[in-house]
Design a protein around this ligand. Structure first.
Ligand SMILES: Nc1ncnc2c1ncn2[C@@H]1O[C@H](COP(=O)(O)OP(=O)(O)OP(=O)(O)O)[C@@H](O)[C@H]1O
Length: 801
């Protein structure tokens, strides 16, 4: 039997804990501030360097920013280092208005004025001359495997409530190393579907078709030779460009590569996309929690995406709308770097693109135009207008502008197209079908289509066979048709092992949370300040029986705070889901590596925050003295907090949106707090007693029991003055349905006695051993982790394309 000490507040506990919390938070805040500051300084220096057009390494492109072009005195020097080289880009046999040089000159010159003085603008267009590209090629440490691609009769259909919806049919084409291919079409034409099939990343729908690499059927190893750059990147805003690529290098480059080789590759790729001078620049963007962090410009960010895409030297790089969201000059800059990489490293680039400006349009070698799931054109960019001219749809540059815009207008049907603006154009699906059929006949006639086992023979000039072929192509795609060589790799999809991924993810998670001022630092301070606020209210609690109510309340207040506190982080949990799903769709790492890394990094910080709260409050209020009691209080409060965090995290992942996540969490929290026995003793519930069984899912119920036992068990409060009228009235009002026996206990306590035994533990019918409660709470936490993980994996499956 111990006594509650007559000295109340435990100063040696709460003061060091509160000081630690502030130093801890200040440390992380300072690190973040210094990081942001150095980045800002760095950016200024970098802007100067870019203005001077000084390459920082042999790989850095000789670039000119908008300012450098404004004089237009020597614009072509940049693009034609080798004056003797014939200018391929100017070969526009079918009447394009401007060559690339000329268009770029005009565009860059006109933009220069508007960009003047803008220190943020870091974009520049690289030198894409053959000499510059071959110089770059010589310096690259890794060369991608090169092969010709040929795809035949690709299609996709979905079974929707028993009916077959054909979204893509009869798509043929080819691509060669170093080539830039544009994939265009109106919205819903099937561009994403086609690109996903071609990239072997499509896992839903009935797929058909065949992919040949240098004449041989592709197998699932093809997926490792490709990279996919999505429209939206998924970078951690608080990482630098170098750290970002280091992370990608660690998870996508083969484990057999040494650290030095990976480092070399990261540096050369950053140089190649013109980011070599800003290794320490933060990526920036919106942090989970809403804070905007200054970082890369839109164009630089897109170039970083491209750098991540080409890091593993893929033979084929697929890009989804690489210029979306960029201003005109940044878009030109990004595409310039892309073209340079395609030429230098002989990547095949296949990119969806919407309404490219003239200069960008002319960077493409080949074009695939889709409409309504059909192939309208596939071939050289400069021959597209000629082809449609043959069908009677003529392009007039003066009237219709850029050929790409005109082609998109031409194949867009389903809305009024006044002849005044559109001239002779396609208006109906029948028009599209007729044009697709004509193109297929043309393609079969003019292309040396590779024979393969699954496809009927097609030979140049064999009209009968071609007609058969066309008929089969133009018919609806056979439901359920699939050819194995375009199925996604379902085996070992990851280039690195789970442990390697775990280590890389631990580093990224650490940076993600410690550099976010809303995360570690703010949370630690909030927990401590709230504890101080509550502690001030309870500071100097008496040590006799009159403190019974306060001590009991504090047990409950401590737990209710940690149950409610995770709500301030709901935004972090929902953004975490978005973040994970984007990476999962890119199949960057195993879900289990991600989950363990997340738990491994976040749990210690959560424990620190919970303990700062628990012990500051405990010490200030002057709860039961003694190391064991203090440790037990800290353990229970922390466990309930971890459970609460995990429940909210699980809700954020399982729910389709944040509002639903809030609703699910609030139901759980209500149960936690109501069925904790603090508000109503279970034996007093006469109506709907079954509801009290919900206690078994209430972490607060178990936690409250442990804290009450910790505070009162084996303790004798001095009741020599009795509890007094005030406390008696409080207890009677708070527990109106008391049994006669309970009232008797209370009556005893109300009388002045030399030493009164506190009957709180008896009243609540508490008695579970502390170890059992801890075991139950740990089990609860484990189950919540399992459910969160399950919800994560299920959500990722639902996102399958
Ligand atoms: N899982 C699916 N189930 C049923 N239909 C689908 C599914 N996914 C896509 N579609 C349909 O397939 C068609 C082609 O879609 P896709 O996303 O490939 O077009 P897109 O050309 O990329 O369009 P956008 O430019 O708007 O992205 C659309 O009509 C779309 O509604």
């Amino acid at each position: 039997m111990g006594n509650i000490s007559s000295t109340t507040a435990i100063v040696p506990l709460w003061v060091p804990v509160a000081v630690f919390a502030h130093v801890f938070a200040a440390f992380w805040l300072l690190k973040t501030v210094l990081l942001g500051g150095s980045s800002a300084l760095f950016k200024k220096k970098k802007a100067k360097k870019a203005d001077q057009g000084q390459p920082s390494s042999p790989l850095a492109p000789s670039v000119k920013g908008p300012d450098a072009n404004s004089g237009a005195a020597e614009p072509d020097a940049r693009l034609s280092t080798d004056q003797n080289q014939p200018d391929q880009e100017q070969q526009t046999p079918f009447g394009e208005q401007q060559g690339f040089h000329e268009t770029f000159k005009t565009a860059a010159g006109s933009l220069a004025g508007s960009e003047d003085g803008d220190e943020e603008e870091e974009d520049a267009v690289p030198d894409v001359s053959p000499l510059a590209c071959s110089t770059l090629r010589q310096h690259l440490s890794v060369q991608p495997e090169t092969f010709d691609m040929e795809w035949q009769e690709m299609g996709c259909s979905y079974n929707i409530q028993g009916t077959t919806k054909v979204v893509l049919q009869g798509i043929w084409g080819r691509a060669h190393p170093g080539e830039m291919q544009a994939l265009m079409g109106p919205s819903g034409a099937g561009k994403s579907t086609f690109m996903d099939i071609l990239a072997m990343r499509k896992s839903v729908g009935s797929l058909s078709g065949r992919l040949l690499l240098s004449g041989r059927p592709a197998n699932t190893s093809f997926i490792r030779k490709t990279a996919y750059v999505p429209q939206e990147d998924n970078f951690v805003p608080t990482m630098t460009t170098k750290e970002t690529l280091d992370f990608y290098a660690s998870v996508i480059l083969p484990s057999s590569w040494s650290g030095a080789k990976k480092h070399e590759r990261v540096v050369e790729v950053l140089d190649a996309v013109g980011l070599g001078h800003g290794h320490k620049t933060l990526v920036g963007g919106t942090l989970p929690g809403g804070l905007m962090m200054r970082g890369l410009s839109g164009g630089e960010r897109k170039r970083l995406s491209i750098a991540a895409g080409i890091l593993a030297a893929p033979a084929v790089l697929f890009l989804d709308e690489p210029t979306s969201g960029l201003d005109s000059f940044a878009a030109l800059s990004v595409m310039g770097y892309l073209q340079r990489m395609a030429r230098a490293a002989e990547h095949i680039i296949i990119s969806t693109i919407h309404q490219p400006r003239s200069a960008i349009w002319q960077m493409f070698d080949q074009v695939t135009l889709l409409a309504n799931g059909r192939l309208m054109y596939h071939g050289p960019r400069e021959e597209m207008t000629e082809w449609f001219g043959r069908l009677g749809y003529s392009h007039s540059p003066l009237e219709h502008g850029v050929a790409s815009d005109w082609a998109l207008d031409l194949v867009a049907v389903g809305f009024a197209k006044p002849a005044k603006y559109y001239g002779h154009t396609m208006r109906t699906r029948d028009d599209l079908a007729a044009a697709a059929k004509a193109f297929m006949e043309h393609y079969m006639r003019t292309q040396d289509v590779t024979q393969s086992d699954n496809l009927p023979a097609t030979t140049l000039g064999n009209q009968g066979t071609i007609a058969d072929r066309v008929r089969s192509i133009m018919g609806p795609a056979a439901p359920g048709a699939s050819i194995t060589d375009i199925q996604p790799d379902r085996g070992n999809k990851y280039p690195t092992g789970a442990l390697r991924q775990f280590i890389s993810l631990v580093h990224r998670e650490f940076v993600l949370i410690t550099r976010n001022p809303f995360d570690v630092a703010a949370r630690c301070l909030t927990f401590t300040w709230v504890a101080i606020l509550i502690g001030l209210l309870y500071y100097g609690m008496p040590t006799d029986g009159s403190s019974l109510r306060s001590r009991l309340n504090l047990c409950y207040v401590g737990l209710s705070f940690v149950v409610l506190m995770p709500y301030i982080s709901m935004g972090l949990y929902t953004s975490d889901k978005k973040f994970y799903l984007a990476d999962a769709s890119a199949k960057l790492y195993r879900p289990v590596a991600y989950y363990f890394a997340k738990v491994f990094v976040t749990t210690p910080f959560q424990i620190i925050c919970a303990l700062c709260f628990a012990w500051t409050l405990y010490g200030m209020a002057g709860m039961r003295h003694g190391g064991t009691a203090i440790a037990k209080w800290g353990a229970i409060v922390t466990l309930v907090y971890l459970i609460s965090v995990q429940v909210l995290h699980a809700c954020a992942i399982a729910a389709p949106n944040q509002d639903t996540a809030f609703m699910m969490s609030i139901v759980w929290t209500t149960v936690q707090m109501l069925v904790s026995t603090f508000f109503v003793n279970f034996s007093e519930v006469t109506f709907n007693y079954w509801l009290t069984q919900l206690r078994y899912i209430s972490a607060v119920y178990f936690g409250f029991e442990a804290l009450v036992l910790n505070e009162f068990s084996g303790v004798t409060l001095d009741c020599s003055n009795g509890m007094g009228e005030e406390y008696m009235n409080f207890v009677l009002t708070a527990f109106p349905r008391m049994t006669a026996a309970q009232k008797q206990i209370l009556g005893r306590m109300s009388q002045p006695q030399p030493e009164g035994t506190v009957a709180v533990v008896d009243y609540f019918e508490f008695g579970r051993p502390f170890g059992v409660t801890v075991g139950i709470l740990l089990g609860y936490l484990g189950i919540m982790h399992a459910l969160t993980y399950l919800a994560m994996v299920v959500s990722a499956r639902k996102e399958a394309r």
